[in-house]
Design a protein around this ligand. Structure first.
Ligand SMILES: [Zn+2]
Length: 127
C-alpha cells in the first residue's frame, strides 16, 4: 500500500505525513495499492524523482546572487549538488564544485611556487 499525493500524484510511504515530492500534506490522501498501471509508471516516476523541471529566472537570480557571497556560495553549491532535487541544478552544482576544487588546488600550487621564488629572491638579495 502506498499513499498517493492528491497534489502531484507521487506515491509515498503509508506512514508519510508530507509528500516527498511536493511537500503537500498527505492528511486525507487515499491509500492505494500498487496495481499494474501504477507499477508500470513507477520506474519513470522514480527516475523523475530528481526533477527535470525548468529552473525559473527567479531561481537562477537567487542562485547567482548567493554565489557572489563568500562562504555562502560554497554552501549554495553543496545544496544544489546534493539537496536541490533538481537534475539541472544538481549538475550545475557538481560542475561548479569540481571547478572550485580545481581552482583551489591551482591556487595552492601557485602560492607554493610563488613563495619559493620569493624566498629565493630574498636569499639572493641578502648576499
Ligand atoms: Zn505531492
Amino acid at each position: 500500500m502506498k499513499k498517493i499525493c492528491k497534489n502531484c500524484g507521487a506515491s509515498n510511504q503509508p506512514a508519510a505525513k508530507y509528500c516527498n515530492n511536493c511537500n503537500e500534506s498527505l492528511i486525507g490522501s487515499m491509500l492505494k495499492s500498487e496495481d499494474e498501471s501504477l507499477q508500470s509508471v513507477r520506474p519513470a516516476n522514480n527516475y523523475a524523482s530528481l526533477g527535470n523541471d525548468t529552473v525559473s529566472i527567479g531561481k537562477w537570480l537567487l542562485v547567482m546572487f548567493l554565489l557572489t557571497i563568500p562562504l555562502v556560495n560554497i554552501g549554495t553549491l553543496f545544496y544544489l549538488a546534493f539537496v536541490s532535487q533538481n537534475q539541472n541544478l544538481e549538475n550545475f552544482g557538481k560542475a561548479a564544485l569540481i571547478l572550485t576544487v580545481i581552482y583551489f588546488v591551482l591556487t595552492i600550487v601557485f602560492v607554493i611556487i610563488a613563495s619559493i621564488f620569493f624566498v629565493e629572491i630574498l636569499k639572493s638579495l641578502s648576499y
